[in-house]
Design a binder for this molecule. Structure first.
Ligand code: HEC
Length: 164
């Protein structure tokens, strides 16, 4: 019984939310059934797609891994550094799948450097690996400038995480 009442309540809320959220054409169910409560599978997939995000989400993921990469290099854990470097490439790849307009700069500025930097981490030579991190950092920042997001470079991720 409670379930039935719950559903009715959700439908009512969905209608309200559908009206309240500007630009959302379909009703967005809220609460536990925020996906399953949608009208059909097409609507459910749309909710999942929106939730997965675009390039910004992929970048958010990449930036956390970039921070961990810096830590790994600080600790001299080159296997871990390569793991993070690998997942950063995967995150950027996911970003390109979602926003192919970013692909040309991502490839020319960043992915073109990926293998050389990976080899530097593999060398396990501290100076070589640290210099490679700085090359990666330059590539990240250059792409932000190329994509007209220069303000992204003015944050601690780039100003503090450096090797001298
Ligand atoms: C295609 C070139 C490109 C490359 C390569 C790139 N970025 Fe980005 N980055 C962007 C763009 C564009 C945005 C803004 C995305 C958006 O919000 O839609 C962004 C956003 C970000 C953000 C903000 C994310 C947030 O929380 O919203 C961070 C942090 C970031 N990048 C870090 C990095 C790091 C670290 C690297 C290198 C490992 C990197 N980026 C490589 C283009 C790039």
């Amino acid at each position: 019984m409670r379930k039935g009442v719950g559903r009715g309540w959700k439908v009512a809320l969905a209608t309200v939310a559908g009206v309240a959220i500007a630009g959302v054409t379909m009703a967005q169910p809220i609460g536990e059934g925020w996906i399953l409560g949608a009208e059909n599978d097409a609507a459910r997939f749309e909710l999942l797609q929106d939730d997965a995000g675009g390039f910004g989400r992929a970048m958010f993921e990449a930036s956390i891994r970039y921070e961990r990469l810096y830590e790994a290099l600080t600790d001299g854990n080159y296997e871990l550094a390569r793991h993070h470097w690998d997942t950063i490439e995967a995150s950027i790849g996911n970003g390109i799948v979602r926003r192919p307009g970013r692909a040309p700069n991502a490839e020319a500025i960043f992915l073109a450097e990926w293998e050389t930097i990976d080899a530097a981490f593999e060398s396990a030579d501290p100076a070589t690996a640290r210099a490679a991190f700085m090359t990666a950092r330059e590539a990240c920042m250059a792409c932000h400038v190329a994509e007209e997001r220069a303000y992204l470079n003015d944050q601690r991720l780039f100003t503090d995480l450096v090797f001298n």
